[in-house]
Design a protein around this ligand. Structure first.
Ligand code: NCD
Ligand code: ZN
Length: 343
């Protein structure tokens, strides 16, 4: 049995850091584990310009604990009227690492998202030409489609046609939750990858209803049946470089989770790597954690692999009910791994 795992410090390829006081409260939880993070642009006022992204990046850096080496990788929020010029310049000047497609009203702060991909045709053509990745929230918003089928239907109705129309566009299907997504990404020849969250490796949809309505397990895309969780585990631990780490840590204050219309999002940043380590260990694939967490992401994004190393110790720890006022994923559970924080 391995008692200590030393690995290249990982990156989080999908995280919500929020803004203002919440940013200050949650950022230490990400930087203690990750060297870089792809920061989602779905603030209340979406990040859709270079100026907004630069200013947000500065606020993130100011909120980091001192002496931290942490690089936020910023993303542009695609809207129906996004400026193609702004996207191109932003990517070429290193302000934007990627652009994010939220179908309008698919999730938190997505009202300004894309109502029809035909509106962003010129942006997609430009991104395809310059190699700028498109990050996709892959759910249809058609209310006649069952909420548990929205990812699978998105693949059929939108992703397949997008792949045909823009074959050289580099795409990441974010936070995948279904066997269909695993199969589709796993059979793609090139230019398509997927992130997988820790929570989708641990919970299926029953977690939301265990003994009552548990909003702490509600996120989007919503967790699916057990067969899907098992498919995600196989994909994450397969060693296939198309699958890599993206926590989708998405904190919401208590009053926004526990209300008549609660927000979607699971705050998993505080124990993210411990959570992945537990899942990989349960699958007998701890030796593949480093590639999933620290190698496949940089390879897809064409970025260097981190130089620092990090140590996970097999050492039990009880996850508290609250971390800075937010309920962390695994609250009240004892995790068998403990990370030696990098800062
Ligand atoms: C995210 C959020 O709260 O910003 N929520 C979530 O459930 N994952 C948005 C998102 O990534 O869908
Ligand atoms: Zn997200």
């Amino acid at each position: 049995m391995i008692d200590q795992l030393e690995m290249i410090v990982p990156d989080d390829w999908h995280v919500h850091l929020r803004d203002g006081e919440t940013l200050n409260q949650v950022i230490p939880n990400t930087v203690k584990t990750f060297r870089r993070a792809v920061v989602m642009p779905n603030l209340r006022i979406p990040i859709a310009t270079m100026a907004a992204a630069r200013a947000y990046r500065n606020r993130i850096l100011s909120a980091c604990p001192s002496r931290t080496r942490f690089t936020p990788l910023m993303t542009a929020y695609l809207t129906d009227d996004i400026s193609t010029e702004e996207l191109k310049r932003g990517f070429q000047e290193g302000v934007f690492t990627a652009a994010k497609l939220y179908p309008a009203n698919a999730t938190t702060n997505s009202a300004a998202g894309v109502t029809d991909v035909k509106h962003i045709h010129s942006a997609l053509v430009a991104m395809e030409r310059i190699g700028m990745p498109l990050l996709i929230h892959g759910e249809v918003t058609d209310i006649s489609v069952d909420v548990f089928d929205r990812e699978a239907v998105f693949i059929e109705r939108l992703l397949k046609p997008l792949r045909q129309r823009y074959p050289d566009l580099r795409m990441v299907l974010e936070h995948i939750t279904t066997e269909q997504a695993v199969d589709f990404v796993g059979s793609a020849d090139q230019n398509l990858a997927a992130t997988i969250t820790p929570h989708h490796l641990h919970i299926n949809r029953n977690a939301m209803f265990a003994g009552g309505l548990l909003s702490d397990f509600y996120c989007l895309p919503v967790a699916k049946r057990e067969q899907h969780r098992l498919a995600l585990r196989r994909a994450a631990t397969s060693g296939d470089r198309r699958f890599f780490l993206g926590t989708d840590s998405a904190p919401h204050v208590r009053s926004a989770k526990e209300t008549s219309c609660g927000c979607a999002g699971i705050f998993n940043a505080p124990y993210a790597l411990e959570s992945y380590a537990l899942a990989f260990d349960q699958e007998g694939k701890l030796d593949r954690l480093e590639a999933f967490a620290s190698l496949h992401g940089p390879a897809f994004y064409g970025l260097p692999v981190n130089e620092e190393r990090i140590i996970l110790q097999r050492d039990k720890q009880l996850v508290p009910d609250l971390v800075n006022g937010f309920v962390p994923f695994h609250a009240g559970e004892t995790l068998p791994w403990r990370l030696q924080p990098r800062v």
